[in-house]
Design a binder for this molecule. Structure first.
Ligand SMILES: [Zn+2]
Length: 208
């Protein structure tokens, strides 16, 4: 027991970085320790590169205030691309869903990133995600004719979609709201869907 306690007593700088890594999703104590000792062993060049990459990330990446993706430019490349179809708006939960949908080659509209989903029974958390921004977009004069709901086929995706569909229908009864066709495995994450399945779910999307 004593040896176990002693082995965990790292220096303050080591402890600090372990603590910082532990804040990352899915990183526990053991993984955080592995990262820190890997960096200590790898030398100054590698640590310098990571430090520089982190600094550039913080200095250069901003929110696109049209779609809420992260980008070096505001508006981002997709929002400022004049060949995109501005009558289509695809609602997604995370920025990482955009490259997945783009790779299908089946979508040429714009996006709105919610930056999260709401768990069932926790509807008060709707304030936390970019819903106000979505409705602000629908209230301003715009060319949007269809909203494509492309949230994860799981409970929180379903909860968020139901809420949004109800709200959209109340505010804009004539706006077409569609969902990805069934076919994506229930409980899965859009980001892990293969291009063919996702492309066909987009192509065969159904109206609500
Ligand atoms: Zn954008």
């Amino acid at each position: 027991m004593i040896t176990c306690l002693i082995s965990r007593m790292y220096s303050k700088s080591i402890q600090n970085l372990i603590g910082a890594f532990r804040k990352l999703p899915t990183v526990g104590q053991r993984t955080a320790e592995r990262f820190v000792f890997y960096l200590l062993k790898s030398g100054k060049k590698e640590v310098g590169e990571i430090t520089l990459a982190l600094k550039e990330l913080i200095d250069n990446v901003k929110s696109c205030e049209m779609c809420w993706d992260f980008s070096d430019n505001n508006p981002c490349a997709i929002c400022s691309n004049k060949t995109r179809d501005t009558s289509l708006l695809c609602v997604i939960s995370e920025p990482q869903d955009i490259p997945v949908l783009e790779r299908t080659g089946m979508y040429n509209g714009l996006y709105h990133v919610l930056r999260g989903l709401v768990e069932p029974g926790a509807e008060e958390e709707l304030e936390r995600i970019k819903i106000k921004e979505l409705f602000a977009k629908l209230e301003k004069p715009n060319t949007i004719k269809e909203i494509v709901m492309a949230l994860n086929p799981d409970l929180s995706g379903e909860t968020t979609m139901l809420f949004l569909e109800k709200k959209i229908k109340e505010k804009n009864p004539n706006l077409k709201v569609t969902r990805l066709a069934r076919g994506l495995p229930m409980g899965s994450d859009l980001q892990y869907a293969d291009e063919i399945t996702l492309g066909s779910a987009l192509k065969n999307r159904t109206e609500r």
